[in-house]
Design a protein around this ligand. Structure first.
Ligand code: ADP
Ligand code: MG
Length: 678
């Protein structure tokens, strides 16, 4: 790596301490950051559209010859307006410039220009105001457009990029081994960086982009594989194969084939010399908790403790109830550790855990991970992995003697992406639902039908069932909170007066949340009005109907998760999606929800329609941030990068040869401290 690249950007001409503060807002601190701040888009003066086909409300490039200048007008405000007629041979357009006499005088009648701007007007008369204009005789014809911030304009940013590229010119910097570039037909990094910023044409730009996307996805693939192999090297708590039929026969139901298979895979892993790193992925309701219980029982028979962690207290409590329900009758002592347990009791519990009196400890992530000592921890189970990062995953192995790790996720991730996100984990998929599950009938309606929907809900309540009403509180901001509170009050006093209405939201203190949830579980409340905090795995089989307000504000996968809260028992269940967004897109999105209940199908659709934002935008997956690759669009390159990563590691298992030094550096940069212990 050239040392120039890690210099602060103040090293560049024209960037002082003050400007560098503005750059910092864009996440740019070093020359490297600047070079990897890629254009968001380009103005391609090479590809004009005919004037007649110019889009409305969106800038575009047109190419036209100046036919005639009209006489200038001066407004009362003192502003002068210059107009000229231009033509592209088929349609005319009026060019309008304000207060720019100099610029206007420079224009030549008979000369062809490229213009970039918004075309307005109607079919007959079109106008373009103050466009960016390029004389066709000048060379550069693709202009990069960057994400900006206050204090930096396009011109300044372009200049800064040019200066940074100028630096790069003096150093040979090529992190990829030669054979990789040859085999995958990639341009050099210098060429890629030059042409991603200042391409001659869009074709060159595509060549540059391919290289940079490849770099990023290769780096990610390599990094994930290294994480995986790192944990492979350490020895864990080796267990012995033993008989768990007692567990099977004590369950109140027959496990599905998929559950049995998953338990088989898990117990086999735990008998190996290296610690297990396994993900159990299964749609909502597929019965992941029973798999976890099986694993915990197996660890118990081997005299090891199990820790199970959930992202919220509600979930931790629920898991505790389920696990102790399954396991206590078999003589397995279970403990629950959450923040709301009184300090004295907590201290006593922790002591008992350290003494090994409890075989299974369920709690919130922070609590179990940070401050609890175990006597003989053999298995760590985490629920809803997508909320934790790669780094946390790695940190868990610090506890105990490299315990086995089992991760449960209900987020159905398209297969192509799962490998990337969970590249460091082995995968068990629960692709079979417990018998007797009924599909949740799903309807999408507009707000006009709200009363009828509520009428339907009442019908269910009167049969003794319960209902969820979900409203989006995306920001969890104070103003959102007020509206959610008001909404639930309106329901309690209006449509649902005479019923008990509970309210659950993320701002409630944990013990309050707990109580609201408990009341709903115990049927003290009939309706639970909630924000998306119920998304994560709450189990109330008596709830049979869910109404979701502003359903179009949720991603499909999220709707699917929410919907999974109903249809968990023996009764037929319903989900009513309310939205006043009647756009084609919104409608077809919601239609998918009524058509299918397969989380994988839904996530694929989500990916297709909304892009990977749902998976990658929020960074909930815990992967490093990608600058240019788009895992849904760049699937082809992703596949190649994965093949390439395999090949590289086959030749150099730990990436220690000089040839791979550059790759090492790329990985360190991408993962930052995630990989630094490596
Ligand atoms: P999830 O995969 O969403 O975490 P849970 O583990 O919460 O699913 O299970 C959902 C419900 O299904 C629970 O009430 C659980 O007791 C029940 N369940 C799990 N496995 C089976 C099965 N094989 N047959 C019937 N019911 C099951
Ligand atoms: Mg669950």
């Amino acid at each position: 790596m050239s040392p120039e690249l890690d210099k602060p950007i103040t090293y560049l001409k024209g960037i002082g301490p003050k400007k560098s503060e503005s750059y910092k807002k864009l996440g740019i601190e070093t020359v490297y950051d600047l070079l990897y701040h890629f254009p968001r888009r380009y103005i391609d003066f090479n590809s004009p559209v005919p004037i007649a086909e110019a889009p409305r409300d969106e800038p575009c490039v047109i190419r036209a010859t100046l036919v005639k200048k009209l006489s200038a007008a001066v407004l009362r405000s003192g502003m002068s307006i210059f107009k000229a007629v231009m033509t592209d041979g088929q349609s005319d357009i009026t060019l309008i410039m304000f207060n720019n006499k100099f610029g206007f005088d420079m224009l030549k009648v008979g000369q062809e220009y490229s213009l970039y701007g918004k075309v307005t007007g109607d079919l007959v008369r079109k106008e373009i105001s103050s466009p960016l204009m390029l004389d066709m005789s000048t060379g550069e014809s693709v202009e990069p457009v960057y994400l900006l911030t206050e204090g930096i304009n396009q011109f300044a940013l372009r200049q800064a990029e040019r200066n940074a590229l100028g630096l790069l010119g003096d150093f040979i910097y090529e992190p990829l081994p030669k054979w990789v570039m040859k085999e995958y037909q990639l341009c050099s990094l210098t060429y890629a960086l030059e042409n991603i910023h200042f391409p001659k044409d869009m074709n060159t730009c595509a060549i540059a982009k391919k290289r940079l996307v490849f770099d990023e996805l290769l780096t990610l693939s390599l990094g994930m594989r290294l994480l995986k192999s790192r944990s492979r090297e350490q020895s864990g708590c080796v267990m012995k194969q033993c008989d768990i039929t007692e567990f099977y026969s004590s369950l109140p139901f027959e496990l599905t084939g998929a559950q049995k298979r998953a338990i088989g895979e898990v117990t086999a892993d735990m008998c190996k010399q290296s610690p297990m790193n396994r993900l159990v992925q299964g749609d909502v309701g597929s019965g992941k908790t029973a798999v976890a219980a099986g694993a915990a029982y197996f660890a118990f028979l081997n005299s090891f403790q199990t820790a199970m962690m959930a992202p919220t207290e509600i979930l931790a409590t629920q898991h505790y109830e389920t696990l102790s329900g399954f396991l206590e009758p078999l003589g397995v002592k279970c403990a629950l550790l959450t923040g709301s347990i009184p300090a004295k009791k907590k201290a006593a519990l922790k002591e008992q855990i350290a003494d090994g009196e409890y075989s299974v400890v369920v709690g919130t992530h922070a609590l179990v991970q940070n401050s609890t000592q175990f006597k003989k921890l053999g298995l760590v189970i985490t629920d809803e992995q997508h909320r934790f990062g790669v780094k946390q995953r790695a940190a868990l192995s610090d506890k105990g003697e490299n315990p086995h790790r089992l991760v449960m996720s209900a987020t159905p991730i398209p297969r192509t992406l799962a490998l990337m996100i969970y590249g460091d984990l082995d995968l068990s998929i629960l692709d079979e639902m417990p018998k007797g599950r009924q599909k949740t009938e799903t309807y999408a309606v507009t707000g006009k039908l709200r009363e009828r929907a509520f009428g339907f809900v009442k019908g269910e309540l009167d049969k003794g069932r319960q209902a969820y009403i979900v409203c989006p509180m995306i920001e969890e901001s104070d103003s959102d909170l007020i509206s959610v509170k008001k909404y639930s009050q309106e329901l309690a006093e209006g449509a649902f007066s005479g019923y008990e209405v509970g309210l659950l939201h993320g701002k409630l203190p944990p013990d309050k949340k707990e109580k609201v949830m408990r009341d709903f579980k115990d049927k003290k409340t009939d309706i639970l009005v909630s924000t998306t905090v119920i998304e994560v795995g709450v189990d109330v089989p008596n709830a049979t109907v869910m109404v979701i307000e502003n359903a179009d504000r949720f991603g499909l996968s999220q709707l699917h998760q929410l919907r999974g809260r109903v249809g968990r028992g023996e009764y037929s269940s319903f989900c009513i999606l309310i939205t006043d967004n009647v756009s084609e897109e919104s409608r077809s999105r919601l239609k998918i929800m009524s058509k299918t209940s397969d989380g994988f199908v839904i996530s694929e659709e989500d990916l297709k329609m909304r892009g990977p934002g749902d998976f990658f935008g929020s960074r909930q997956h815990g992967l490093p941030k990608l600058r240019i690759a788009d895992m849904s669009e760049d699937i082809e390159i992703l596949r190649k990068a994965q093949l390439c990563a395999e090949e590289i590691l086959r030749r150099d298992e730990k990436l220690t040869t000089p040839e791979n030094k550059g790759l090492r550096e790329l990985i360190d940069r991408l993962f930052e401290d995630d990989m630094s212990q490596n």
